[in-house]
Design a protein around this ligand. Structure first.
Ligand code: HXC
Length: 513
C-alpha cells in the first residue's frame, strides 16, 4: 500500500503545482492568485472536494502532447460556502493560459451537471485566454457545451461568475449567460476580441483596460454587476451576494434571525426636499428602511438614475429597485429600464421579494432614446414587473408621472401593495408642463402670459400633485408617513410571505429583446 500511496501523493503534488513554480510566480507578480488559492478564499476551510484532478488532454497538435498538466488547466469540485453546498470551477492561468479545450470543458460540464442534478449554485472563477488555439474545433465545441448548460441552468440554480484575469473570446460568453459577473479592478478584462484585433479591424488604438477592464464594464457597458479592488474582495463580495439567494428556484432565500424593536425611522420624514425640483439621494431612504448595513448595490456605476440591489428587511432577503432623483432626476431611459428589468427577473427567478421606491418624472424624450429603442427597452421593465410572481410592494415617495407610473410596479401590473408618502405626486405629468398644454390658448392670449401660466400651474398642482386622487380610486392602498415606512413594509412582507401566483400555461413568454 505504501507504494500506491506514494504514487497517488506524487500525482496529487504534481497537480497542485499547475503550470509550475515559475508560472505561479509570474501569476503572483501580476497581483493575481492561483486557481487553488482562490478556491481556498471562497470555500469553508477543509470543505472542498476536488473532482477530475488527474484529467489530461488528449491532443497531439502542435506538440501539445509534450505539454501535459494534470487537471488540464481547471480545478473543479464541490464544497461549502458559509455552510451551503456549491459547485465551483477555477481556471488555472498557469496552465496554457487557462485556455479551454475538450478535457477542460468536459470537467466544467461535469460539475455543471452535478450542480443542476443536486440543485445547488455554480460558481465560476474565470481566468482564461479563451479557446485553446492548438485544439481547434474541440475548443469551440467545449465552449458551446458550457453555454448550453449555462442556459439550461438559468433560472434553476444561481450561477455566479468572477472574472479574475484576461477573459478573451469564448471565455466571456459563459459569464454573460450567468446571473452575476464580478470583476477585479486592474487585473481582469473581458472582451470578445482584444486590442490587437480591434486595431487591425477598426484601426482603433485602445488599451486592454479601456477596452474591457472592470471600470469600463462597470460604467460603460454594464456587463459587470460588481467590481472590487482586488481578488480577495471580489470573492468576499461574491459570498455576500450568494447570501441573498436560495440554493435553487424551488427553495427560498434564508431569513436571518431578527429581533424586532422600535421600527419608526423619523429621519425618513425629511428625505424628500420641500421643493419638487430639488434632487435627493434615494439611497438614504433605502438605508433607513432596510436592516442596518444590509444594502448591496448591483451595477452601481451603470445607469445611475436607477438603483438596484439586495437588502434585508427584518432579516428577510429582498430586491430593491428605486428611481434615483439625484441622477438625471431619476428619469427612465434605455439603460435604466434594462438594468432594472434584468434585476427584477433575477429576483423573481430566485424567489426574492421586490421593494420598489418610485420618484420618476417619466421616460426620457429625444431622438437618441427613440432611435435606440426606448420603446422596446422600456417595455422590458413593464414586462419584467408584470411577469414577476414574487411578493412586490411599491412606495411612491414623490413623482409618479405618466407611463412611468404604470411601469414602476403599479397595482395595475400586479403590485401586491402600493404605499404613497404625502409628498407623492401621481399625475400624467408635472404641473408646469400640464398647464402649458391644457391652457395653451389662454396663456398665448393673455396680457401677462407668465402670470396666467403660473396660476394654471398652481391650479393643476392643487388638483393632481398629491396622492389622494390615486388613493380615492384605491390605486394607492395607503398614504403613510415616511417614518412609518419600515414598520409597514415589515408587516406587509410578512403578510405576503405565502403568496401564490402562477403565470398562465405557456412555453415561455416573448420578452421584447
Ligand atoms: C492556447 C494560450 C491561449 C490560447 C494564452 N495562451 N492564450 N494557449 N490558447 N487561447 C498561453 C500563451 O501561449 C502562454 O503560454 C500562456 O498562455 C500565457 O499567455 P501570455 O500571452 O504570456 O499572457 P499575457 O501576456 O498575460 O496575455 C494573456 C492574453 C493573451 C491576453 C489572454 O495570451 C492572448 O491574447 N491570448 C489569445 C486570446 C485569444 O485570442 N483567444 C482565442 C479567442 S477565440 P506559455 O507557454 O508561454 O506560458 C475564442 C473562440 C470561442 O475564444 C468563441 C466561442 C463563442
Amino acid at each position: 500500500m505504501e507504494q500506491h500511496r506514494k504514487r497517488l501523493n506524487d500525482l496529487r503534488a504534481q497537480a497542485q503545482l499547475g503550470g509550475g513554480e515559475k508560472r505561479i510566480a509570474a501569476q503572483h507578480a501580476k497581483g493575481k492568485l492561483t486557481a487553488r488559492e482562490r478556491i481556498d478564499l471562497l470555500m469553508d476551510p477543509g470543505s472542498f472536494e476536488e473532482l477530475g484532478m488527474l484529467v489530461k488532454h488528449r491532443s497531439t497538435n502542435f506538440g501539445l502532447e509534450k505539454q501535459q498538466f494534470l487537471g488540464d488547466g481547471v480545478v473543479t469540485g464541490f464544497g461549502q460556502v458559509n455552510g451551503r453546498l456549491v459547485y465551483v470551477f477555477s481556471q488555472d492561468f498557469t496552465v496554457l493560459g487557462g485556455s479551454l479545450a475538450e478535457a477542460h470543458a468536459a470537467k466544467i460540464c461535469r460539475i455543471m451537471d452535478l450542480a443542476m442534478q443536486n440543485g445547488a449554485p455554480l460558481i465560476g472563477l474565470n481566468d482564461s485566454g479563451g479557446a485553446r488555439i492548438q485544439e481547434g474545433v474541440s475548443s469551440l465545441g467545449g465552449y458551446a457545451d458550457i453555454f448550453f448548460r449555462n442556459v439550461r441552468a438559468s433560472g434553476v440554480i444561481p450561477q455566479l461568475s468572477a472574472i479574475l484575469g484576461p477573459c478573451a473570446g469564448g471565455a466571456v460568453y459563459s459569464p454573460a449567460l450567468t446571473d452575476f459577473i464580478f470583476m477585479a479592478e486592474g487585473t481582469s478584462y473581458m472582451f470578445v476580441t482584444g486590442p490587437n484585433v480591434v486595431k487591425t479591424v477598426t484601426h482603433e488604438e485602445v488599451s486592454s483596460e479601456d477596452l474591457g477592464g472592470a471600470k469600463t464594464h462597470a460604467m460603460k457597458s454594464g456587463v459587470t454587476h460588481f467590481t472590487a479592488p482586488n481578488e480577495a474582495a471580489v470573492i468576499q463580495h461574491l459570498k455576500t451576494v450568494l447570501g441573498y439567494l436560495p440554493q435553487n428556484c424551488e427553495d427560498e432565500p434564508s431569513v436571518l434571525a431578527y429581533e424586532s424593536g422600535n421600527e419608526e425611522r423619523p429621519a425618513l420624514d425629511s428625505i424628500v426636499p420641500e421643493s419638487a425640483l430639488q434632487p435627493y439621494d434615494i439611497r438614504g431612504a433605502i438605508q433607513e428602511v432596510c436592516d442596518a448595513d444590509s444594502f448591496t448595490e448591483v451595477q452601481k456605476d451603470f445607469a445611475e438614475n436607477m438603483v438596484c440591489g439586495f437588502a434585508r428587511l427584518a432579516g428577510r432577503s429582498i430586491g430593491v429597485v428605486a428611481n434615483q432623483p439625484a441622477f438625471l432626476a431619476g428619469v427612465l431611459d434605455i439603460k435604466a429600464s434594462t438594468k432594472a428589468a434584468r434585476f427584477v427577473r433575477t429576483c423573481d427567478a430566485f424567489n426574492v421579494p421586490l421593494l420598489v421606491f418610485e420618484d420618476v418624472p417619466g421616460f426620457l424624450p429625444g431622438t437618441d432614446q427613440e432611435w435606440n429603442g426606448i420603446i422596446t427597452n422600456g417595455a422590458k421593465l413593464l414586462y419584467a414587473f408584470s411577469e414577476a410572481t414574487v411578493p412586490r410592494i411599491t412606495v411612491i415617495t414623490r413623482k409618479a408621472y405618466g407611463g412611468a407610473y404604470d411601469v414602476m410596479n403599479s397595482q395595475h401590473i400586479g403590485a401586491d401593495l402600493v404605499y404613497a408618502w404625502p409628498t407623492a405626486e401621481i399625475a400624467v405629468m408635472g404641473a408646469k408642463g400640464a398647464a402649458e398644454i391644457i391652457f395653451k390658448r389662454e396663456i398665448a392670449n393673455a396680457d401677462d402670459p407668465k402670470a396666467v401660466w403660473e396660476e394654471k400651474e398652481k391650479e393643476y398642482a392643487e388638483l393632481f400633485a398629491h396622492p389622494y386622487n390615486a388613493a380615492a380610486r384605491g390605486y394607492v392602498d395607503e398614504v403613510i408617513l415616511p417614518r412609518n415606512t419600515r414598520a409597514k413594509l415589515i408587516s406587509a412582507f410578512e403578510m405576503l410571505k405565502n403568496k401564490v401566483d402562477k403565470l398562465p400555461r405557456k412555453k415561455h413568454g416573448n420578452l421584447p429583446l
